[in-house]
Ligand binder design. Structure first.
Ligand SMILES: *[C@@H]1O[C@H](CO)[C@@H](O)[C@H](O)[C@H]1NC(C)=O
Ligand SMILES: *[C@@H]1O[C@H](CO)[C@@H](O)[C@H](O)[C@H]1NC(C)=O
Length: 183
């Protein structure tokens, strides 16, 4: 499979044991059914070629649900000049490859619960056209605040991805496209 070859083997091997490696909190591979619900982005880091102010822009919450064919689906309402637009992306849990979800464009993302099922790491580490693409995110269920050990564990993940921990972004919360705040 072409996308498999794009995945850098050495980094893949280094991170293979990430569920058990180096965190204060216990990690556990996430599964589609356990991920369903409303989430927000607590921290993120990545080597995206974007200007600093763009990287630090506010981020809306997102929902993980199941689509008609049973795939996990990421949904986020994004504000745009024409109003709020719902962005959707299918993420297919890979059978027999714990923690792996296939993305249409980014090849693979790994999702690991950390310290229980209210917080998770989602991260990708691949190469597109010879350019490394790395991104990591600490996500939390709505109405849950990450404690300092989770933030510390996220720093560990960022370092494992060979990103600089000083590049971790604490994004402002963007609620401009939220429907009635019922929760
Ligand atoms: C991380 O970034 C800081 C500030 O931008 C820099 O001083 C430091 O050398 C960087 N560390 C690594 C390992 O690249
Ligand atoms: C996006 O907005 C629509 C319309 O308000 C709403 O029905 C939908 O649940 C929202 N999706 C997310 C992920 O918040």
């Amino acid at each position: 499979m072409a996308t498999m070859q794009l995945f850098p083997l050495t980094i893949g091997l280094t991170l293979l044991s990430v569920v058990h490696a180096g965190y204060i909190n216990q990690g556990e591979c996430a599964t589609t059914d356990k991920l369903l619900g409303n989430w927000y982005i607590i921290r993120w880091a990545g080597n995206l070629p974007l200007p600093e102010e763009k990287l630090r822009s506010p981020l809306p919450p997102f929902t993980l649900s199941k689509n008609r064919i049973g795939y996990l689906e990421f949904r986020m309402n994004i504000s745009s000049p024409i109003g709020c637009v719902e962005f959707k992306m299918a993420m297919n849990e890979e059978k027999g490859k714990p923690c792996f979800f296939t993305l249409w464009m980014w090849h693979y993302v790994r999702i690991v619960f950390i310290g229980g099922e209210n917080f998770g790491f989602a991260y990708l580490n691949g190469i597109t056209n010879g350019v490394p693409q790395k991104m990591g995110m600490l996500m939390g269920r709505r109405n849950h605040t990450a404690n300092p050990t989770l933030l510390k564990d996220f720093e560990t993940l960022v370092i494992q991805l060979s990103l600089n921990e000083t590049s971790i972004i604490n994004p402002p919360y963007d609620d401009s496209c939220e429907p009635g705040k019922e929760s």
